[in-house]
Structures are given as C-alpha cells and as structure tokens.
Design a protein. Structure first.
Length: 159
C-alpha cells in the first residue's frame, strides 16, 4: 500500500469557520473559461489535503502548480517540524494516517496560457498530481460589446 496520498480541489473561495472547520465555496468543474489570454480568474481557492504514514521519513512537503507551458509556481512548503508533530499526534491517537492540509487563495489568479493546470504535491522525491484545472480561452466573450446603441457615441459632427 502507498505510504501517502493527496487530493486537491480548485474553488472560488475557502472560508474559515468556527472550530477549525473550512468551507469550500464554488468548487470548480474540470474546465473553465477565461475571457482571453492573458486573462484572470477573479478569485481562485486551492485546497490540498494529504495523508501520510506516521512512520514515513519526510523532510518537507512542497505544493506547487504547473502551468500548461511548463512554468511552475510554488504554493507552499510544509517543514519537518509540522510534519513530525502531525505524525507524532497520529501515533499517539493510534491513527494509521497523519493528516495535513493546505489552503491558498489568489485574487486575482492570472492566466498567461490556456491549457491544463496541474496541482502537484512533492514528498520524498516523488511527485503526485492531486488536482487539475483546464483553462479554455473564450475570445468571443472578450470581443462582444455590451454597450447599447442608444449609449454609443454619436457620429454626428460637433458644432
């Protein structure tokens, strides 16, 4: 059995509730459209949940995004102090897994290229894709004028 696993979710917002609870608002589908490239998503929440064996030797855990053009953006690094504390807590509770989570918000989230964004966790020299989001450029929406004809500037000569 694998000694660790992770899952990632892209959403519109992550809200902190009472008692250390979090709500994921507006979970995104696999494909979203932006009004042209370069473009932006007004607000993007990135939630990552990891479970690792309490006995796995881990120095650090990195969470990053890889864009369709290969560029990467590091979101977070979990250091050994946090990891070891979480693993010790799991051992003391006789749990088979130590649970870690990370949340990030980007407002706005800039998109330079269309294509699939990968959410990647790197642990013990191994990478795992734990979430994806496909960005589709929608140029038709960016080229449509929403200004009614009655409000358009007059072409009549000015006197």
């Amino acid at each position: 059995m694998r000694e660790w696993h992770a899952i990632g979710v892209f959403c519109e917002d992550i809200r902190e509730e009472k008692s250390d609870l979090f709500s994921l608002i507006g979970i995104m589908p696999d494909n979203i459209k932006v009004n042209g490239i370069p473009g932006a998503i007004p607000k993007l929440g990135i939630y990552t949940r990891l479970h690792i064996s309490p006995t796995l030797d881990v120095d650090e855990i990195k969470i990053k995004i890889r864009f369709a053009d290969g560029q990467e953006l590091e979101i977070s690094t979990m250091d050994s102090t946090l990891i070891k504390k979480t693993q010790n807590d799991a051992i003391n509770q006789k749990s088979p897994w130590a649970g870690l989570m990370n949340r990030a918000i980007a407002a706005p989230f800039f998109v330079q290229v269309p294509g699939r964004i990968l959410l990647i966790v790197r642990l013990a020299e191994e990478e795992l894709i734990c979430g994806t989001l496909n960005i589709i450029a929608d140029f038709t929406a960016a080229n449509v004028s929403s200004q009614p004809a009655a409000q358009s500037p007059s072409s009549a000569p000015q006197s």
